[in-house]
Design a protein. Sequence first.
Length: 410
Amino acid sequence: MIRRAALLAFAIAAPGCSSDGAPTGVDDPVVDEESIAEDDLALTPATGPLRFSRACRSGERVTIAAVGDVMPHEPLQRQAYARGWWTVFGGMTKWLDDAHVTYGNLESPTARGIAYTGALVADPGPVFDDWVYTDTPFNVHRGILGALRSAAFDILGAANNHALDRFSLGVDRTLDAMDAAGIAHVGAVRATRRGSFSTRVVRNGFDLRFVACTFSTNGIFDGADQVTHCYLERSRLLSTVRSLRADPDVDAVIVVPHWGAEYSDTPRLKEIDLAHEILEAGATAIIGSHPHVLQPWEKYVTRDGRETFIAYSLGNFVSRHYYLTLARRTSILLYLGLTRGSDGKTFVNGVRYMPIYTRYSGGNWNVTAIDEMGDEVGGYPDARRLATTMFGEWNVRYPGQPLDTTPECR
Ligand SMILES: [Zn+2]
């Protein structure tokens, strides 16, 4: 649990609450990025290196890069509309691009011409007008999609608690925009039911299937059944995984649930139980998001002896929460390595990660690989310590190292 942070650098003018717990109706606060509000985390240390017993087996390989939530908070939208999304996350491109597949969760519709009330209006273009393009409930101009594509993202999660922030038509328009930008999506379908609840991504000769779900749609009724719900539709989720697992053409099933308690660095039994059930049903790995902070990872051995992997929460890829705590700004870029053995079966060979941090520099918010900051490394020791306490030093991929999920085999 995180103690509601003290306001160190903000002046509050008016009460009111958004989903971030932030006061609304205030001017953009003066930001002192060195004034980081306190977290109160349990912070369970890693028990040691995370290794997989078949790491060094020969076979064909594929590597998946994954990050947590892309949160288009108001300051980030304003920055991006003025100076481009590249200034927000472009610096991460080279680290995202050297995996075969890159995944992240986009925590917002990209629905043109829909106000937050649901009214259909003329689209204002890429401006934060607080009417069509807004902070919670979110909507971000579809220009973000081309930028994410340019930053090497191949597939985005569309099942999250903000999926219906522009209602049913907003889902349709979001999926249209993603298709137009050439970026795959998972977890939502159009009201006309075109599309599937799993998404096929073929890379490097591997047929990978992604399956997404969300714990909630923030109380907005999913009347057209467009979003996969983790708990309400548990049996549909599990049967989807089972049938993909039974398909001989499918090499691996990656499930990306949007779940967990916000601002808690510990998964609950609810997530742990569902994770294990999903893996028993045949998934290879689970990559979670929503808590806005990191949660531990786990190697889980299924009853049929498969070594599978869970990252309970990858935190935020990029965000600018009103309360600037260290844990909300610190995250990881995860690399998951898979091998297809001579028997045609695919297994996890290893995982690596890069600690990342959303910093304020030169008037811009941007996400950066901490170990790449050179002389600035010393400036963010707390963020790095948070990540390496949770995941250990052994699994870190340093800038300058080739992407290799099994360096122990060299
Ligand atoms: Zn969420």
